[in-house]
Design a protein around this ligand. Structure first.
Ligand code: GDP
Ligand code: MG
Length: 301
């Protein structure tokens, strides 16, 4: 990769941290103006660190959507503290996301305690302001202000976009001068086939609600570009543990899998910017999901 050394060019890493479900992935997508991270009402949808790249005038902001730090629930052992801190050690800015409709609880206080060990600025982003009245927002801001010396406190709604431009506007001043890490058109460094698999997994969770356990794994088996027809052909397998789950996923006369496929295809087309032919298979494989769960327990959340 060629790194240019233009003087005045700013670049740096911004970790988006916070408890499950506070809206980290939604905010990341909103800031990028494009969907790369999947979101869901179920906690801990994000399994991997996502690098989202936001290009600004003479700079780039590299966002990490970090699942690791949520472990800060209740008591923290040494290992977990190290794990959580490792995720944010090398970043230039930490963005702590919290919800406007609730007071700081034990879990977020535990995260804030960890932040004292960092030397980089921490921006508190109070999300979901669409759910609260202005006076209760002011009260919540005040509660947080007493807990930590945040570099900035920014109320936003990741859902409506309210406040998001202001948040983006604050970031460049916190970034160091740095290289152009990625080409201008790149929005993520994740492989396209990974994003495609995530988009299928999101629709499985959305359309089946609680009937399909969270351990579902999606694997893209082939990803073929057909430049002549401006088309990408994707074959993906949804792994489940039991026949009964397969029946639900396939649905009556294949109705469910069709719905999942249609919605995922729209998202993938939006991401890739071309037509997509998406073929989905459901496979019952007890061991596959078990090993996925084991990985999860090891922190590959
Ligand atoms: P994450 O686990 O922190 O990545 O959270 P997600 O981005 O997956 O969001 C969790 C849930 O909160 C989803 O149902 C989102 O639609 C919802 N959500 C996110 N941001 C907002 C917001 O600003 N307002 C409201 N009302 N809901 C939001
Ligand atoms: Mg997420």
């Amino acid at each position: 990769m060629k790194l240019s050394a233009d003087s005045g060019f700013k670049s740096g890493f911004v970790a988006i941290i916070g408890q499950p479900n506070v809206g980290k992935s939604t905010l990341l997508n909103k800031m990028l103006g494009q969907k790369i991270a999947i979101t869901s009402p179920k906690p801990q949808t994000t399994r991997n660190r996502i690098l989202g790249i936001h290009h600004i005038d003479n700079g780039q902001i590299l966002f990490l959507d970090t699942p690791g730090i949520h472990q800060a629930r209740g008591g923290l052992n040494r290992y977990m503290v190290d794990l959580a801190l490792a995720a944010v050690r090398d970043v230039d800015v930490v963005m702590l996301l919290v919800e406007a409709d609730r007071d700081p609880g034990d879990a977020v206080r535990a995260i804030i305690k960890l932040l004292h060990k960092l030397s980089c600025p921490v921006i508190l982003v109070i999300n979901k302001i669409d759910l609260v009245a202005p006076e209760s927002l002011l009260r919540v801001i005040d509660l947080y202000r007493r807990l930590f010396e945040f570099a900035e406190i920014v109320p936003v709604s990741a859902l409506t976009g309210n406040g998001v431009d202001r948040l983006l506007g604050l970031l460049p001043s916190q970034l160091p001068e740095g290289p152009r890490y990625y080409p201008d058109e790149m929005v993520t460094d994740l492989p396209e086939r990974f994003i495609a698999a995530e988009m299928v997994r999101e629709q499985v969770m959305k359309k089946t609600r609680n009937e399909i356990p969270y351990g579902t794994a999606v694997q893209v088996e082939s990803f073929t570009e057909d430049p002549q027809r401006k088309l990408v052909i994707i074959k993906a397998v949804i792994h489940v543990e039991r026949d009964s789950q397969k029946r639900i996923l396939v649905g009556r006369q294949g109705g469910m899998i069709k719905q999942i496929g249609a919605a995922a295809r729209r998202d993938i087309e939006g991401f890739l910017g071309c037509r997509v032919f998406l073929e989905l298979f459901v496979r019952v494989d007890r061991n596959w999901t078990q090993s996925a769960r084991m990985l999860k327990e090891f922190g590959y959340d």
